[in-house]
Design a protein around this ligand. Sequence first.
Ligand SMILES: *Cc1c(COP(=O)(O)O)cnc(C)c1O
Length: 401
Amino acid sequence: MSAPVQPTSPHVMNTYGRLPIALSHGQGCRVWDTNGKAYLDGLGGIAVNTLGHNHPELVPALQDQLSKLIHSSNYYHVPGQEQLAAKLCELSGLTNVFFCSTGLEANEAALKLARKFGHDKGIERPEIVVYEHAFHGRSIATLSATGNPKIQAGFGPLVEGFIRVPLNDIEVLKKTTQDNPNIVAVFFEAIQGEGGIHPVQLEYMKQVRALCDQKNWLMMIDEVQCGMGRTGKWFAHQWAGILPDVMPLAKGLGSGVPIGAVVAGPKAAHIFGPGNHGTTFGGNPLAMRAGVETIRIMEEHKLLDNAARVGAHLKAALEREFEGLAGVKDVRGQGLMLGIELDRPCGVLLNRACEAGLLLSVTADSVIRLVPPLILSTAEADEIVALLAPLVKAFLAEPIK
Ligand SMILES: *Cc1c(COP(=O)(O)O)cnc(C)c1O
């Protein structure tokens, strides 16, 4: 089982600065590396492992599916697609779903929907409003929509047709778009994830909804990271009581099995027809089973309530721990999507937390991000704080490099 961990990989492309461990197996919110060292999982594979590891109900269901059919083809009907689409429509209040395999693919489909929505209205050069610090993926189109120059550097020319505005400022949005007849959609994450855990204000979401109605634009909310129960509602925009027209999903939807989806309401549900969009893997029986069972288990075990309750507990404990501590700028987020912003880059905490037996991430250079499985218990939340707080305090006591 244990392969030696190499400091650099001779054959895998060097696209990640990896920590010097390899995980071998997990149980619940715990994982073990190939040397047998245990870790508490505050990362959940970056908001992916909704049900933690080796879930006693998910694993047998997937084993059953593996032995029946892993993949067929979109040449045929896939009953699991009907089942999962119906469930996602019930949970979201929207009407139709396209399935793919990743977050960027879901966003790519959303961008194509928006462009065709424009072309169908006679707009030949459609433009989409996107946001500063947004992250939508790393394909050419989605990195163009992303608001991070580091992710774009080296990959120009970027895809055109995006207009960028700051988050949570309705006046700037109105001003920037007022004389532009080419706008077709507004596209944002309900809580920016990679950009540093920046929530969109509920009032702003309502104002954007009204503006999209008034101007006949699509409201497209990227729920790839903040969706699927993470904030304590199925989708983070539901806290604002609004409905989007287009909602890309991925990450947590399959508890680790690759899956993506674009969920659309009436304004966007019938834009694509046969031949307009497709993908070989999207909606395959294994991924559909993972999605259906993930949602079923979440409902059965009331994991939305758990995410809200344990998330609030974790946030309060972090606030207590860091209150008045110079160097901690903010503790923010909702449910089990939390960020601790420091006043300096803190990437080194990744290694130190790993050594201490805690998996987490650092995003936007100075924000410690916690996106654990939604089965996290309050005792495990307390354990995260007990592991993390001394590391942060010691780090902040060091001279700034
Ligand atoms: C992770 C993420 C994506 C990209 O998903 P991939 O599966 O990595 O392509 C897109 N949008 C948001 C908000 C994300 O967090």
